[in-house]
Design a protein around this ligand. Sequence first.
Ligand SMILES: [Zn+2]
Ligand SMILES: [Zn+2]
Length: 248
Amino acid sequence: MLKADRAWRARMQTLVQLVYPPRCLSCGGLVETDFGLCTGCWKETPFIAGLACDLCGVPLPGQSDGVEHCDDCMTVQRPWVQGRAALVYKDRARRMVLALKHGDRQDIAKPAARWMARQTRAMLRENMVAVPVPLHLHRMLARRYNQSALLAEHLAEALDIDWCADALHRHEATPSLDGKGRNERFETLQGTIRASEWRTRMIEGRPVLLVDDVMTSGATLAACAEACLAAGATEVCVSVLARVAKDA
Ligand SMILES: [Zn+2]
Ligand SMILES: [Zn+2]
């Protein structure tokens, strides 16, 4: 989006806030800032702070000055170089992610992207482009919007980088991954995601920031990262709103 459009949109948002004061994303109570949550809900939302896996963002115990990886990322080959998550996928965070995905709560995307931006800033590369994990067309039509594209748009805005909504696409409908084991997830997704031919110039020769709402096994993100690298991306980083943690 052009900077002039962003400025116009910001002015419109100020106007809207004068008429409709901001409400807590989680409980609907009035909030004083537009950071999204009231104090009570903020405390009950599992934001990730402190030591985290450098590849998937899952919180790790203890402290460290070096780069640390979780057990999953030491076992599974990740085709990206760094990753961050804003939230642990549980409690209020899980409810917000589900509301954004299935509940038509598109208003969650902007504040959520700001939470992601706080974690993602450290991974920024020169000339980076934000790319969302694609939905298959059928699912897109049923749901009317791609929550990852909304997050990518607002994240790119917060970080002041380019973004491209349709850089990747799914060339066949993939069955739902819910309830599938890790290996099954990776097998199901292999080769189903490709860079759109008419968009490869957005990716070629550039670092890509892959954006998704939730990371579970990482199979979808791996398929997307491989598609970006095949289209000539120099490297891929991953930013997700919420990371599923095994013992969370
Ligand atoms: Zn609240
Ligand atoms: Zn990890």
